[in-house]
Write a protein that binds this ligand. Structure first.
Ligand SMILES: Cc1ncc(COP(=O)(O)O)c(C=O)c1O
Length: 300
């Protein structure tokens, strides 16, 4: 499941710090905090027929993450939406678009870790790409990574920061093992998430997902929990061990980039069924319907 270059993205116009420019020409300063220390927060958004799904929730998570990192200034939601709108207009985009929104602590007066060196305000970056959901919905394979998710004692994962090294190391392990993605455990050995998505499993008709102790508060995850309630599917948030994953009736992952995707194999064990009446498929259909009707209109 290696993403391929999409020719439609060859001449993208990107937004960096108030300017719009060609992807090969407009860059980020070497003095920017995201270059210097991964000191930035980010969101992945999806545009469906001119509407951004769960925009309010994404902007709230971005703001909460920036507050936790004590950014001295945070643009208003209206300012961020204007930048997103300008970027989408410049690219003539309306559907099948993934938007990577990054807010960095900004440009430093000299290189160094100290946030007091940031005296120019934050840098907002909007990268919108033509991108379909990235996972094969027929099933992807996982291998459990040796590297664990970071606990709140070390770095609270409620801060959705641009420092993804922990997950990237796990993804390298998955690549080496020939799996699509890595399953990651928390420090206690319970399932946390994959390197990029949240995990759900179905056990005798009940939907289970881990707590967000060692993973971000997922927006697709919450949407799936809400949909389960609407559909009358019982759900529970609790610690889940690997053996429970291996024997689950169904396992699937969730995230804005890939929506809902079935997991077919974990550590070489084939997982459950893929019938149209499966809980995963019912939730996928309900999720698709929601993306077709909900969301904040950004492009007329
Ligand atoms: C580590 C990690 N897990 C899971 C997700 C999926 O979260 P969401 O559903 O909010 O896109 C993300 C997305 O940003 C992420 O960075």
């Amino acid at each position: 499941m290696l993403q391929q270059f999409d020719d439609r993205n060859k001449d993208l116009v990107v937004y960096v710090g108030g300017k719009l420019g060609h992807r090969d020409e407009l860059g980020v300063s070497p003095f920017d905090s995201v270059v210097q220390g991964g000191d930035a927060v980010w969101e992945g958004l999806r545009l469906y027929d001119g509407r951004i799904f769960k925009l309010k929730e994404h902007l709230e998570r971005l703001r909460h993450s920036a507050m936790a990192l004590a950014f001295s200034e945070i643009p208003t939601d209206a300012e961020i939406v204007t930048a997103v709108k300008q970027t989408l207009d410049a690219n003539n985009m309306r559907d099948g678009v993934h938007i990577r929104l990054t807010l960095t602590r900004g440009v430093k007066i000299t290189s160094g870790m100290d946030p007091r060196l940031n005296q120019a305000g934050p840098t907002l970056i909007v990268l919108a790409e033509h991108k379909s959901p990235v996972y094969d919905k027929n099933g992807i394979t996982l291998v459990t990574a040796g590297i664990r998710r970071i606990p709140p004692e070390c770095l609270d994962q409620k801060i959705h920061s641009a420092n993804l090294i922990n997950s990237i190391l796990a993804k390298i392990q998955a690549n080496v093992a020939g799996a699509d993605d890595a399953l990651m455990l928390d420090l206690r050995g319970f399932v946390a998430e994959t390197n990029a998505t949240h995990l759900f499993l179905v056990n005798r008709g009940e939907l289970l997902t881990p707590t967000c102790g060692s993973c971000p508060e997922g927006i697709t995850r919450q949407t799936v929990l809400d949909l389960a309630q609407e559909l009358g599917i019982p759900s529970r948030i609790r610690d889940i061990s690997l053996s429970e994953v291996y024997r689950a009736d169904e396992v699937f992952c969730t995230g804005t980039m890939g929506e809902i995707a079935r997991i077919s194999v974990v550590d070489g064990r084939a997982i459950g069924c893929n019938s149209s009446s499966s809980i995963g498929n019912r939730l996928s259909e309900a999720f698709f319907a929601l993306t077709q009707s909900e969301g904040e209109r950004i492009v007329e």
